[in-house]
Structures are given as C-alpha cells and as structure tokens.
Design a protein around this ligand. Structure first.
Ligand code: NCD
Ligand code: ZN
Length: 343
C-alpha cells in the first residue's frame, strides 16, 4: 500500500502554548487535524470561560487565513472551580471539558487540585451537566517512584472516582502502562483514554541508554517495553475506548537541554505519520482511521469529520529543529526518518 486516505483525524490532547510558540506550532496541527482538545495549562492557567475564549481567539488569530482548524477549549480544574463554572462550560459552544492536574504533577500544574475530595461537588455538577473530566493520572506523593505514579493513581484515586461518579465521562490522558490499559478496558463505556505517539514508539531506553536524551522526557514518563507493547496492542485493537491524543508539548530547546529540563515531547509536526508507522508495523492500518478519526469524536458525542487526508508511503528526514529567530523547538526523533508523509 503506497497511499492511504482516511477521514480527517482530531487530536484529543494538545498543548499549543501562546505567543511565538503558538504561532510556530499551530500550523503543524492545523495541517492534519480538524479539531483538537486544547490543554489549559498556561501560566496563569485557563480556569475561567473568559480566559478560555480569549485563548481561543489567540489561537484562531495565529492560524492561516484559510484554515478550518477548530480548537476545542478546556478549563483547568482548580480548588477554586465553582459549580457555576461547570454550568458555563456546559452551556458554551467552545468549551468541552475540564482538565484535572494533581497539584505539582507536571508543567504548570501548581494551580492543580490538592485533594480530590474537595472537588467532589464540582465533579457531581460535571456528571449532571455532561461535561467530561480529563485526567492527568499520576500521584504526586514525593515518596512514590516516578515510574509507578500512574499505576498508583489508578489504585488510590481513579477506581474510587469512577465508582463515586458512575455517569461521569472520564478520559484518562496519555496512558503509559499496561495497568492503565487494563483499567480502561475493564471500565464501563464512559471511561476512555488517549495514547501518544511517543508512548507507542519508545520505551525508557530511548531516553536513557547511551546518554540522557531530554527530548524523550515527558510526563507521564515513558516506561518499560512491556508497557509500550500493551499500549500498541490497545491502540491498534479497534476498541473504541482508545483514541488519538498526541500530548504534543513544545518547549524551547534550552529549557529542555537544561540541568532541570522541562517535560514534554514535540510531535505535532508529524503526529499522524508517527501513528501510521506504528499501525503499519502492527499490520493494523485498517484500524488507524477509527483510532485517529472516529473513537474520540464518538466518545465526546461530536460528529465525525467529513473531510479526508491522504498519507503517502515515503521516507523523509525529520528536521533538526522547528522555529525561527529566538524560537527553537526540537521535534520528536529529530534528524531521524519517518516512513509516511502527509500529502
Ligand atoms: C505537558 C506540558 O509540557 O505542558 N508535558 C508533558 O510532559 N506531557 C504537560 C502534561 O501534559 O503533563
Ligand atoms: Zn499534556
């Protein structure tokens, strides 16, 4: 097979940032995706409807004139979020979900929730108003090993949460472990999950063997090979609970190549190509369209896209960096090759 045409995909987990970084990266997403769930972890966090709408306008301004890319906005759940905020999100045509970051879990998460019990009334309102909860599922307990943080979050918090709010739509974002895959598979249909390109392509050796490679460092951190294999199996299984979410998270190169480097992989420049390569290796190209273009829309209760994209089997080299002037963003797998290219 040398070309592949599929319904235009959506990215159900994307970091776009603001200012010059936004201008550099948004065109990459808009080339391939029709819609994207935009993460609210700016500084200050996007935690009100007003800030979400302002941010949406900034994104639209940064797009090429003819672009039809549709940013689906999310609000950052904080200890201060009110039931009224939930009602506003439910009523607004541009906002789609709340994102839960346990305080301190990742980039710009200091405003995150410190104790889940405190936000139970908010979750109750989300359940009632059909607003999905998107979760960065990691505990932040200092004594918990970084490679165990997702598994422990599921055991300690998520199982209870799902029982307490049986109707709440939950997306466990960026799965990284076989335990997370098993949890999602064995949960009811209102529990879905996104899977990133980096967690499908790499295990922790890519980050740590032969030298420390900061551009493979993201959160939740990439794990052992058997976890990667479980993720590949889930993504290519055809199970509608699993869908595309890149977690593409651009950082300036000097902030990653640093003695305390930021977490986040930049994959948006070739996101669909990264996924296609994995699906081809698994001989599951026939499952790509559903994972990339149907499952997420169905989960969120949105219409599937009508437009298509075409991919070509074609070997090309990923550039060393993206950006101009003072913006340098090192892409995932910089200087290496990919075997599919968006037409
Ligand atoms: C994200 C970022 O940089 O905003 N980083 C990451 O490693 N994935 C935050 C997040 O999604 O955890
Ligand atoms: Zn993210």
């Amino acid at each position: 097979m040398n070309t592949l045409t599929i319904t235009q995909p959506d990215d159900w987990h994307l970091h776009l940032r603001t200012g010059s970084i936004l201008k550099t990266v948004v065109v990459h997403s808009a080339r391939q995706f029709k819609r994207a769930i935009v993460m609210p972890n700016l500084n200050p966090a996007i935690s009100s409807i007003t800030s979400a709408l302002n941010y949406r306008n900034e994104i639209l301004q940064a797009l090429p004139k003819d672009s039809t890319f549709d940013p689906l906005m999310t609000l950052y759940l904080t200890n201060q979020t009110t039931v009224d905020d939930v009602k506003q999100v439910a009523a607004c045509e541009f906002t789609y979900a709340f994102k839960l970051y346990p305080a301190g879990a990742t980039t710009n998460s200091d405003a995150g929730v410190s104790d889940l019990i405190k936000i139970y009334p908010i979750l109750e309102a989300m359940q009632q108003h059909h607003v999905p909860l998107l979760i960065h599922g990691e505990v932040t307990d200092e004594t918990c090993d970084i490679f165990d943080r997702e598994r422990i979050f599921i055991e300690k918090h998520l199982i209870t949460l799902v029982k307490q709010f049986p109707e709440l739509k939950i997306v466990l974002e960026h799965l990284t472990t076989k335990e997370a895959v098993q949890f999602v598979e064995s949960s009811p249909a209102n529990i879905g999950a996104t899977i990133t390109p980096q967690h499908l392509h790499f295990n922790r050796n890519a980050m740590l063997v032969g030298g420390i490679r900061p551009h493979y460092y993201c959160l939740p951190i990439i794990k052992r090979e058997h976890h990667r294999l479980a993720l590949v199996k889930a993504a290519t299984s055809g199970n509608p609970k699993f869908f595309l979410g890149t977690d593409s998270a651009p950082h300036l190169s000097h902030l990653k190549e640093n003695c305390c480097g930021c977490a986040g992989c930049y994959s948006a420049f070739a996101a669909i190509e990264f996924y296609t390569e994995i699906f081809e290796k698994e001989q599951a190209l026939d499952k790509l369209e559903a994972f990339a273009s149907f499952h997420g829309a169905d989960f969120y209760g949105l219409a599937r896209n009508k437009t298509t994209i075409t991919l070509e089997k074609y070997n090309w080299q990923i550039p060393n960096s993206y950006g101009a002037d003072d913006i340098t963003i090192i892409p995932l797998k910089a200087n290496e090759s990919l075997s599919w290219k968006l037409k």
